[in-house]
Design a protein around this ligand. Structure first.
Ligand code: ZN
Length: 480
């Protein structure tokens, strides 16, 4: 029997607000334990929560970016459970009237558009953190409540994905939307963005869903892809051997690259949700919605498709250029300056600029040269003033000292030689000195042609325009 994977995701993103969701405590990452708390986020009796407007607007922004329906009224509920990192024994969340619902996210997989439905987008508060000491001499577990009450956006997708390529595209596109809109810094290594995939298998053609396995504790996009791959394989084997799979939550172990059972999945009834009595419902007027919608930038997939269409770029090039908003902005700034084709500038961005950023481990904002420099360099190559090899050397000097590429070419005498009479002299000399290669070429050995290009390039110190060299060599060989 053939099985098909049915994959959905729950995504948690910490919002980039300066203060917590219901109190004024700061949300700075890495502060000494338990220094960013107050009676409200510690859940002391008698305290009252006050909504953070900025956090609410961030959540609304994402609901709109994900094409959700936003009802006029949204409200909050208590999700009750006991855990040592949750001092008040409930989390303020949304259950009955989510902020956004029935939206979708379009992703691009292998150049084709695919739609993943979004069940809901809602706002909740994060819990604290349990710290397990690393050395074996320390026993016990420590509680750090700095994170308690940090605004958290939860996005729940429909189980519309069928393979890891779609899961990866979904995560990257969603992360880009969060970054483009500036609502989260998405630092997965700091736990500020968390993806929890849920995977079930069913025989191909079957409509009912199999037992759902949710995977927690996956700290990077690569790990999520590995975890999904692992689960598909594990569940396939189990089903093939006639085993019945339970609905459960499993933990990903990155070191061993496998999942292990954590607990049988609880249902929402286990949480005894009830309306939060300390918060009023929030009324979202048409005007407020329109105002927030007006702050949305062009989103990644739209930008990617526009780059393909307007600039004649391939899917891969457009994807790389729009993967990071500041990178895409820099590219468009180069285009606005002009002097080279969109394709030529795209090649410099994707190859050399990106390699420089990766090698130096810096962000686009720290790139030493203004867009005019990259546009100028691409123009020099496109006009044939310098060859690609020389241009790479110029690029290195350009970024090392933030110098104008044209000035580097001039001061070092690097300009390519396209003067035909000069190159013809060299070609004639080379032909006279390499009678064997000429004879080989005439006897039909096409490789001999390249053996003649080498000496011409050497004699001109690599500055001869290779196209002119080829043309003249072909012409002279045909004549002789
Ligand atoms: Zn607080």
């Amino acid at each position: 029997m053939k099985y098909e994977a049915v994959i959905g995701a729950e995504v948690h993103a910490e919002l980039a607000t300066e203060t917590k969701l219901f109190c004024g405590c700061p949300t700075t990452f890495g502060a000494p334990p338990n220094t960013q708390t107050c009676p409200v986020c510690l859940g002391m009796p008698g305290v009252l929560p006050v909504m953070n407007r900025k956090a609410f607007e961030c959540a609304l922004k994402i609901a709109l970016a994900l094409n959700c329906r936003v009802d006029e009224i949204t409200s909050f509920d208590r999700k009750n459970y006991y855990y040592p990192d949750l001092p008040k024994n409930y989390q303020i969340s949304q259950n009955h009237r989510n902020l956004g619902r029935e939206g979708y996210l379009d992703i691009v997989v292998d150049g084709a558009l695919k739609r993943v439905n979004i069940w809901n987008v809602h706002l909740e508060e994060d819990a604290g953190k349990l710290v397990h000491p690393e050395s074996s001499s320390d026993s016990g577990t420590l509680v750090d409540l700095n994170r308690t009450g940090t605004p958290l956006l939860e996005i729940v997708s429909a189980p519309d994905m069928r393979n890891t390529a779609e899961v990866e595209a979904f995560m990257k596109t969603l992360r880009n939307i969060l970054l483009y809109t500036g609502v989260s810094d998405c630092k997965m290594q700091e736990g500020r963005l968390r993806f929890e995939p849920s995977i079930s298998l069913r025989p191909v053609g079957e409509q009912t869903l199999g037992a759902r396995v949710e995977v927690k504790n996956v700290g990077s996009i690569t790990a999520v892809v590995k975890a999904v791959e692992y689960e598909i394989e594990r569940q396939t084997k189990a089903l093939e051997s006639g085993e019945k799979l339970p609905q459960e939550t499993r933990l990903w172990d990155d070191r061993l690259s496998r999942t292990a059972s954590m607990r049988r999945k609880e249902t929402s009834a286990d949480y005894r949700y009830f309306p939060e009595p300390d918060l009023v419902e929030v009324r979202i007027s048409e005007e407020w919605q329109a105002k927030v919608r007006g702050t949305l930038p062009e989103l990644p997939v739209a930008k990617r498709l526009r780059f393909q269409k307007s600039f004649g770029l391939g899917d891969y090039e457009a994807a790389v250029l729009t993967d990071d908003k500041s990178f895409a902005d820099y590219y468009e700034a180069c285009l606005a300056i002009g002097g080279a084709s969109p394709k030529a500038i795209a090649n410099w961005m994707i190859n050399d600029v990106l390699r420089h950023l990766n090698e130096q481990r810096i962000e686009m904002a720290q790139f030493p040269c203004a867009p005019a420099r990259v546009a100028a360099l691409a123009g020099l190559v496109e006009k044939g003033t310098i060859g690609l090899g020389t241009a790479r050397e110029v690029f290195a000097e350009m970024v090392a000292a933030d110098r104008d590429p044209a000035e580097i070419v001039k001061s070092k005498g690097l300009a390519q030689i396209s003067d035909e009479s000069f190159i013809l002299e060299v070609v004639n000399r080379v032909l006279a000195a390499n009678a064997k290669s000429v004879a080989d070429y005439k006897a039909g050995k096409s490789a001999a042609f390249n053996a003649l290009i080498g000496p011409v390039m050497r004699e001109t110190k690599g500055k001869a325009n290779p196209q002119v060299v080829r043309q003249l060599l072909e012409k002279r060989l045909a004549e002789s």
